[in-house]
Design a protein around this ligand. Structure first.
Ligand SMILES: NC(=O)c1ccc[n+]([C@@H]2O[C@H](COP(=O)([O-])OP(=O)(O)OC[C@H]3O[C@@H](n4cnc5c(N)ncnc54)[C@H](O)[C@@H]3O)[C@@H](O)[C@H]2O)c1
Length: 704
C-alpha cells in the first residue's frame, strides 16, 4: 500500500502524503516518507525535498485506526521518521495547508523549513486524550514560538490559525496562492541561495523569567486540570525545553508519555474518543443508507423542551414552525427563545445580526395546518399518552408523506405512539435533555417499525445540530433514565440505612460526578421522581419503598422550585443548604421502619450508586436496548455528568474488574435492608466476569 507519492519538479522532489481523510501517519505512510527521503538523497539531481499533504490536511497526526495495535509503534515509528527527515542531507520543506495536528505538526517541526497557508490549523491536541505530544512536540514547538505560546497550545490542545505565528520561527513563509507552487519556489530559493539545513532542535527555547513563569503555570494549570494528570506533565516537558538540552528534554517528554499512556484517565479519554465515533454507527443501517432532506422543522409545544429543541435548529439555520394550543403559551415560548439569543448577544457570544437572523427563522402558530410542509415534526407536549395520541393523529392527517414524526417523550412507549399513525415507519423518538439547546446528548429511539432511512436521517441531523446521538430501543426510561432510576434509588435507600444527605452527595461528587444525586433530584424537581415512584410501587408491590423521599414529596418539598427538597434554598439562590428538618424526617422514617442506622462508608455510597448503573446497563445491553457498552458510556458522559476521566459506568466497571464488581454486588445482597434480588448480577455481567471479557468484546464474539 503506497500512501506517499514521490515525483520530481526540476531539482526538487515532492513527497505527497495521501492517506485520506486527514493523512493519518499510519505505518505505510511513515514508510513512504522515509522511502521518499531515501530516494531523494540517492538522486544527485535532486537538491531539495517538499513534503505536502492534501487541501484538507497536511496531516491530522497519528492514524487512529492503528491505535492500540502493534502497527502504531511499528518501525519506522514517528520518532524515527522525524529524526530521519531532520538528518536528511538535503533540505526538506514542509508545505502546510488544512489541518496540521499532533504528529503532523511534529513532523513539520522536524523539517528544515516550513511554509504554510495562512488559514492552516495547527495544534497539538494530545492532551485531550490524556497524553502529551510524544514525538518531540513539547521540545520543538517552544523553540519556534516561545515557551508561553507553546505551553498554551499544548495544555489546551486548541487549534490555531497558522497566520497567528507569521513572523515566528515556526513558519518561513506564508503562501497565499497555490501551496505547491509556493513551496516549490521556496525550495528553489533554498537551493539557489544555498541556505543551511536549519534544525529546530538547535534553536534555544527562551523565556525571560523561566522560574517565575513555570511556577505560575504549574499553579494555574494544576487548578484547572484537577483530576487530569496530563496538563501538569505538559508543563514539566515544556519547562525542560527551556531549561535542559534538547536530548534531555526529549527524554523527559518520552518518560511523561510512557507514564501518561498507562493512566486510567488517559484510557478513559481514549475510550470516550472512540466511543463517540462509534455511536453514529448502526450495524444494520449501512453508512450509505439514503437520508431524507430536512429543510423545514415543526415543533409542537413551546414549553421547556419545545423552545430548547427549536433553538438547536435555528442555530443550524433551519426554519422552525412552533405550534402551541393557546396564544399566551406561544408568546411565552417565543419570548423564552428570544431571551436565550439576547443573553448570547449580551455575553458577546453572538452578533445582534446573527441573533436576529435566527429569530427570523421562527414561525409561531396555533394551527397544525402550518406543519404541512415540515420535513420533520418533533412533539414536546405534556407527558400523557392521551395527549400524545391526539397530537400524532393530527400529525398523521396534516403532514406530507415522508415527513418524519418524532416524539420527545421521556418515558412513554414510542411503538404505541407510532401506532396512532398510519405510518409507524416514519415515527421515531428524539429524546433531548434539558436544557435542550445546551445538553450534548440526544437519545434516538428506534421503534419496532422505524424505517432505516429515518434512523440514518436522525443520526445525520444530530451531527448538523451538534449533538451526540445514541441509539436506544424502546423501554421505560430508555438508556439514560432507566439506569439513573437505579442509581437514585440506591442513594435514597442509603439515606434510610444511615447515610446523610450531605455525605451521599459529597461522596458522589468526590468520585467526580458534576452533582450528587440528591442535589440533582432537587434541581430536576422532586415531583417527577415522586410520580414515577408512585407508578412503580403500583406496578411492582414488592418494590422497596424510598420512604424518606416519599415523605418529602408528601410535604410538597419538590426541590429548588418549591424552595426546599433534600436541602433548603434561600429565595433567588440555588445554593443547597443543610436543612435540619430533613434530618428529623430521616430519623422518624428510620424509627418507623425499625432500622438501626449504621455507618455507611463513602466507598459503599459510590459503589452502590455506580454499580446499580452498571448492572442496569448490563441488562440494557442484554436486551439489545443499547447497541454497545460504549454507547451507554456516551449517554452517561454527555447527559448525566459522569466524570469523563472515568470513561463512563461500563468502562469504569471494566477497569475496576468485572469480577470485583460482581463480588461487591454479592456483598450488598447480604445487607438485610436490601430488596431481595436487586443485587443479582445481570447474566451478561456475570458471564463477562466469569470469562474475563469486556462487555463489547463479549458482544463481538457473540456476533462472529
Ligand atoms: N423537562 C424535561 O427535563 C424533559 C426532558 C426530556 C423530555 N421531556 C419530555 O418533553 C415533553 C415536554 O416536556 P416539557 O418539560 O417541555 O413540558 P412543558 O409543560 O414545559 O411544555 C409542554 C407544552 O406543550 C403544550 N401543549 C400541550 N398539549 C399541546 C397540544 N396538543 N398542542 C400543542 N401544544 C401543546 C403546552 O401548552 C406546554 O407549553 C414531555 O413529553 C416530557 O416528558 C422533558
Amino acid at each position: 500500500m503506497n500512501t506517499a507519492h514521490y515525483d520530481t519538479h526540476g531539482n526538487v522532489a515532492v513527497i505527497r502524503l495521501d492517506n485520506p481523510p486527514v493523512n493519518g501517519l499510519g505505518l505505510p505512510l511513515r514508510q513512504g516518507i522515509v522511502d521518499g527521503i531515501k530516494k531523494a538523497e540517492g538522486d544527485s539531481a535532486i537538491k531539495a525535498v517538499v513534503i505536502i499533504g492534501s487541501d484538507r490536511a497536511f496531516s491530522g497526526g497519528a492514524d487512529i485506526s492503528e491505535f492500540g495495535t502493534p502497527k502504531m509503534l511499528g518501525e519506522p515509528n514517528l520518532l524515527t521518521v522525524i529524526n530521519y527527515v531532520e538528518s536528511s542531507s538535503k533540505p526538506v520543506v514542509a508545505a502546510i495547508g488544512g489541518a496540521c495536528m499532533g504528529g503532523g505538526l511534529e513532523l513539520a517541526l522536524g523539517c528544515h523549513y516550513r511554509v504554510s497557508k495562512p488559514d492552516a490549523q495547527i495544534s497539538l491536541p494530545e492532551v485531550k486524550l490524556g497524553i502529551l505530544p510524544g514525538a518531540g512536540g513539547t521540545q520543538r514547538l517552544p523553540r519556534v514560538i516561545g515557551a508561553e505560546h507553546a505551553l498554551n497550545m499544548i495544555v489546551s490542545g486548541a487549534a490555531m490559525p497558522a497566520k497567528m505565528f507569521n513572523g515566528s520561527a515556526l513558519f518561513d513563509e506564508m503562501i497565499d496562492g497555490d501551496l505547491l507552487d509556493g513551496a516549490l519556489s521556496f525550495a528553489h530559493k533554498v537551493v539557489s541561495e544555498n541556505l543551511p539545513l536549519k534544525k529546530v532542535r538547535n534553536l534555544k527555547a527562551k523565556h525571560a523569567n523561566p522560574e517565575g513563569f513555570f511556577m505560575f503555570a504549574r499553579n494555574t494549570v494544576g487548578a484547572v486540570a484537577k483530576n487530569y494528570p496530563a496538563p501538569l506533565k505538559c508543563v514539566d516537558a515544556v519547562e525542560a525545553a527551556v531549561t535542559k538540552p534538547f536530548e534531555k528534554g526529549m527524554e523527559i517528554e518520552r518518560e511523561a508519555f510512557a507514564h501518561l499512556i498507562n493512566t486510567s484517565e488517559s484510557k478513559a479519554l481514549r475510550h470516550a474518543f472512540f466511543a463517540e465515533r462509534l455511536t453514529s454507527k448502526i450495524p444494520d443501517v449501512p453508512s450509505d443508507t439514503p437520508t431524507r432532506d430536512i429543510k423545514q422543522v415543526g415543533v409542537i409545544g413551546a414549553g421547556t423542551m419545545g423552545t430548547g429543541i427549536s433553538i438547536n435548529f435555528l442555530n443550524a439555520g433551519i426554519p422552525v414552525t412552533i405550534v402551541e394550543m393557546k396564544q399566551d403559551g406561544l408568546d411565552r415560548g417565543i419570548a423564552a427563545i428570544r431571551k436565550v439569543y439576547e443573553g448570547r448577544v449580551k455575553k458577546g457570544k453572538m452578533t445582534q445580526e446573527k441573533a436576529e437572523a435566527a429569530m427570523g427563522l421562527v414561525t409561531p402558530s396555533l394551527s397544525y395546518d402550518d406543519l404541512k410542509n415540515a420535513d420533520l415534526v418533533i412533539e414536546a407536549v405534556f407527558e400523557e399518552m392521551g395527549v400524545k395520541e391526539s397530537v400524532f393523529k393530527k400529525l398523521d392527517e396534516v403532514c406530507k408523506p415522508g415527513a418524519i414524526l418524532a416524539s420527545n417523550t421521556s418515558t412513554l412507549d414510542v411503538d404505541k405512539i407510532a401506532s396512532f399513525t398510519k405510518r409507524p415507519q416514519d415515527v421515531i423518538g428524539l429524546h433531548f435533555f434539558s436544557p435542550a439547546n445546551i445538553m450534548q446528548l440526544l437519545e434516538v429511539i428506534r421503534g419496532k417499525e422505524t424505517a432505516k432511512d429515518v434512523m440514518a436521517t436522525a443520526m445525520k441531523l444530530a451531527k448538523t445540530i451538534r449533538k451526540t446521538a445514541v441509539v436506544s430501543g424502546v423501554c421505560d426510561g430508555f438508556i439514560g433514565n432507566r439506569m439513573i432510576n437505579q442509581y437514585s434509588r440506591e442513594a435514597l435507600l442509603m439515606l434510610q440505612e444511615g447515610a446523610t444527605v450531605q455525605q451521599i452527595d459529597k461522596a458522589i461528587e468526590k468520585f467526580g460526578f458534576a452533582m450528587g444525586p440528591l442535589r440533582m433530584a432537587d434541581m430536576a424537581g422532586g415531583d417527577i421522581g415522586f410520580a414515577i415512584r408512585k407508578r412503580q410501587y403500583a406496578e411492582n408491590p414488592n418494590m422497596k419503598k424510598m420512604v424518606v423521599a416519599d415523605r418529602l414529596g408528601e410535604m410538597g418539598r419538590f426541590g429548588q422550585k418549591t424552595g426546599s427538597g433534600f436541602y433548603r434554598y434561600e429565595p433567588g439562590n440555588r445554593n443547597a443548604l443543610h436543612d435540619p428538618e430533613v434530618d428529623r424526617v430521616i430519623e422518624d422514617v428510620r424509627k418507623e421502619l425499625r432500622i438501626t442506622p449504621r455507618k455507611i462508608s463513602n466507598q459503599e455510597i459510590v459503589e452502590r450508586c455506580v454499580y446499580a448503573l452498571v448492572n442496569e446497563g448490563a441488562r440494557i445491553l442484554e436486551e439489545g436496548i443499547a447497541q454497545r457498552a460504549s454507547d451507554i458510556d456516551m449517554v452517561y458522559l454527555t447527559g448525566y455528568g459522569f466524570p469523563v476521566y472515568r470513561g463512563g459506568p461500563m468502562h469504569y466497571a471494566e477497569e475496576v474488574g468485572l469480577l470485583n464488581v460482581v463480588r461487591a454486588m454479592e456483598t450488598f445482597a447480604e445487607n438485610p435492608d436490601a430488596e431481595p434480588g436487586f443485587w443479582k448480577p445481570a447474566a451478561l455481567l456475570q458471564k463477562c466476569a466469569a470469562e474475563g471479557k469486556r462487555f463489547d468484546e463479549q458482544a463481538t464474539s457473540k456476533n462472529q
